[in-house]
Write a protein that binds this ligand. Structure first.
Ligand SMILES: *Cc1c(COP(=O)(O)O)cnc(C)c1O
Length: 380
């Protein structure tokens, strides 16, 4: 028995496509370096598979959100290095976007992690630790250029520029900022942020600079600086809102039909009787639901595919079940055991997201842990 025999549905993840996407982004960004963002367990897909594959392809800079994620990443990159023949001189860099919590500072040192410092207080705490340990600890600084989310706000940045000694004990390894509207290439905030970032970095000690995440890589050379930080595009997502992704698809989700039934005019399907048949219909039920990341908002507006044929979701999504109208599909082609593609080549994550009224990032990071995960490995 394998997990594929016991689990209800199979989630295939193509590590080779992730590597292909990383190489395409790297080539596009060159001569800027291309990092990989693997926060949230590599966008829900599995950092323990994704990070070693990217490392083997030559990626040497990684970003995660939290200290926990960074420690997991360090372990799996160490294992990958130990298992490979390659002679590595230095371990890959791991940046932690959410900064160094005071209680976790020593873990940063122990695992060789680089915090992205977001406030003057954090810079002060990191400088104090450097002084106490009598070494210049590496750090990155995040300067907010118009997102008002994370990073030094303008007043703190001005104070830092007026008091540069605040940084003298720190080995500044990267200055970064993040774009708010990069998936809308025509948005005026993009150029405003780019200009603000160019000014900011020129006022800090010399260090590599990074502005672009996935979408920023496609905004033009002026946005590339020294390092780009794609996440979503690695996993097949589109860089421009509403447009088809130029990246290779990575995820395929298929669930077998459990049961097929015939209903008549006026009969309803599922909780709340939210769908009522306007004529005779055939309904196929599969064993995945909102507990598996099939968002409830897909009820009566999502779809699946059977052999390239679109079959609409009818009725509400249940916790463990989803119902499709398969009336248009040949009887023989829909039987218990027939696979319905919920995500895949016919139905990419951005399209699923559009139907659900969300973004593909949320589709990926919501994928549940009940699937049998089938990894298609990267060719070496
Ligand atoms: C998540 C994140 C990224 C990656 O963004 P994508 O749109 O997935 O490429 C890069 N930088 C920061 C600061 C982030 O929070």
């Amino acid at each position: 028995m394998t997990r594929e025999d016991t689990a209800g549905a199979v989630l295939s993840i193509d590590a080779g496509a992730i590597v292909t996407n990383w190489r395409a982004l790297r080539d596009r960004a060159a001569p800027a370096e291309c990092a990989a963002v693997v926060k949230a367990d590599a966008y829900g897909l599995g950092v323990e598979q994704v990070a070693p594959a990217l490392w083997a392809a030559g990626c040497r800079v990684f970003f995660v959100a939290t200290l926990d994620e960074a420690i997991t990443l360090r372990w799996c990159l160490q294992r990958a290095a130990a298992e490979s023949e390659a002679e590595e001189t230095s371990p890959p860099a791991i940046f932690v976007l959410n900064g160094a919590p005071p209680t976790g500072q020593m873990e940063f040192v122990q695992y060789g992690l680089i915090p992205v410092l977001n406030t003057l207080d954090e810079i002060g705490a990191w400088a104090s630790l450097s002084e106490a340990l009598d070494c210049r600890l590496p750090a990155a600084i995040h300067v907010d250029t118009g997102m008002a989310r994370l990073g030094l706000p303008p007043d703190e940045f001005a104070r830092l520029c007026a008091e540069p000694d605040r940084l003298s004990g720190i080995a500044l390894g990267l200055v970064l900022s993040h774009l708010a509207c990069a998936d809308a290439p025509g948005h005026p905030l993009n150029h405003k942020q780019r200009a603000a970032f160019a000014t900011a970095r020129s006022r800090l000690p010399a260090a590599p600079a990074s502005l672009a995440a996935s979408s920023g890589v496609f905004l033009g050379d002026g946005f590339l600086f020294d390092l780009v930080r794609p996440g979503y595009a690695l996993y097949g997502g589109s860089s421009v809102a509403g447009e088809t992704s130029p990246m290779q698809g990575v995820v395929r989700l298929e669930a077998p039909v459990l049961q097929v039934r015939q209903i008549d005019t006026g009969e309803s399907v599922g909780y709340g009787a939210s769908y009522a048949a306007s004529g005779p219909r055939r309904i196929a039920t599969v064993g995945v639901g909102y507990a598996d990341g099939i968002l409830r908002s897909l009820g009566n507006c999502g779809a699946g595919y059977i052999g390239g044929w679109r079959v609409p979701i009818v009725g509400r999504i249940s916790m463990d079940l989803t119902t499709f109208d398969v009336t248009g599909v040949d009887d023989q082609a829909v039987q218990p055991g027939t696979l319905i593609e919920l995500i895949g080549p016919h139905h990419p994550i951005d399209e699923v997201a559009r139907e659900a009224g969300t973004i593909g990032y949320e589709i990926l990071t919501s994928l549940g842990n009940r699937y049998a995960r089938r990894w298609l490995s990267a060719a070496t």
